[in-house]
Design a binder for this molecule. Structure first.
Ligand SMILES: Nc1ncnc2c1ncn2[C@@H]1O[C@H](COP(=O)(O)OP(=O)(O)O)[C@@H](O)[C@H]1O
Ligand SMILES: [Mg+2]
Length: 308
């Protein structure tokens, strides 16, 4: 997958240029808009939904959002509004973050990537200011997607955490409640631990769409192998047999096994001066075996299994 070959860059507008009396503008402790931009705004790698295997239902939902963001008049005609918030949940390495990057790319949106370290501060009140600036900048540069990656660590269940976290959750809730559908700002959370996310976030009008991203089934694994073998030195790969052998592996695991399979070829060329050789199905089979040997398998109640 050529994830970094091409990125969309955009010139950002500072809210202060369009919102005259912005109370967040000159806050000296929190720095300035440039700092916020450098922290949160990410160039969007060129990722298409075709670069992601499986996740069919999620792709359909996200494509609908792309179309909706680009054709607001059609949604208006039917009296429909897009959700302000969406949460993608499922095991780690199944493509949640990737799907949101594809959403941002296809929607031609500004992507704000937020992790807990970026938003936390030891200064009283600074979290509020940072979050306020983040949402103001997102509104000024709409359509925007604010991605709260690993939202369980940014907005954990308030009944179980220290006051410091409780404040972040309520600040984010306040900001989300202030977003109007016409603002073109969408907040997306991803998590492996939905039950650890504060339940107040899941109320209608906030994160009102939950999309489950399950571990890939056989067909999806076949597609993921194909995607990650694109433009690589491979020969006569039997994708169907790889899909069968890789039960329990996620997209990230599959990407890792292909890397494992490639390394010995490079070592032969580098250390033994051998001619370049292509990776074959049997090489990936061996890589899958050693991958599984090094991991612990987890079985879920519904009989699906994955490796950690
Ligand atoms: N469905 C998928 N199709 C293709 N590649 C995938 C898929 N899921 C995961 N990957 C690979 O694993 C990496 C990590 O995926 P990511 O989206 O960060 O997982 P998550 O956010 O669900 O933990 C991706 O960059 C990609 O290389
Ligand atoms: Mg992720």
């Amino acid at each position: 997958m050529k994830q970094n070959s091409s990125v969309k860059k955009r010139i950002l507008i500072n809210p202060s240029e369009i919102v005259k009396e912005n109370k967040y503008h000159d806050d000296s402790r929190s720095g300035n808009w440039e700092r916020i931009k450098n922290t949160f705004v990410k160039d969007i790698p060129k990722i298409d939904f075709d670069d992601i295997g499986g996740c069919e239902q999620a792709k359909r939902e996200l494509m609908f959002i792309v179309k909706g963001l680009k054709n607001p008049s059609i949604l208006k005609k039917y009296g429909m509004r897009l959700p302000t918030g969406i949460i993608l949940h499922g095991p780690p390495g199944t493509g949640k973050t990737l799907l949101i990057k594809a959403l941002a790319y296809k929607a031609d949106a500004t992507l704000f990537l937020v992790s807990v370290d970026d938003i936390s501060s030891k200064w009283i009140g600074e979290q509020e200011v940072l979050t306020g600036m983040l949402f103001a900048l997102a509104e000024a540069n709409a359509p925007s997607i604010i991605l709260l990656d690993e939202i369980d660590s940014i907005c954990p269940d308030r009944s179980n955490v220290r006051e410091w976290y409780q404040r972040i959750v309520s600040v984010i809730l306040q900001r989300m409640d202030g977003v109007k559908p016409s603002d073109g700002v969408m907040v997306v959370g991803t998590t492996n631990l939905l039950k650890h996310v504060d339940p107040a976030l899941l109320r209608p009008g906030r994160f009102d769409k939950l999309i489950e991203i399950p571990p890939p089934d056989k067909k999806a694994r076949e597609d993921i192998f194909k995607i990650h073998c694109r433009n690589k030195m491979v020969k006569n790969i039997n994708y169907r047999s790889l899909a069968e052998k890789s039960e329990g592996l996620t997209g990230a695991d599959i990407e890792a096994t292909i890397q494992f399979a490639i390394q010995p070829k490079i070592m032969e060329e580098l250390f033994e001066n051998k001619k370049p050789k292509r990776v074959r199905t049997s090489d990936i089979f061996m890589a899958i075996d050693s991958f599984k040997k090094n991991r612990r398998i987890i079985k879920k109640e519904d009989n699906t299994q994955f490796y950690i």
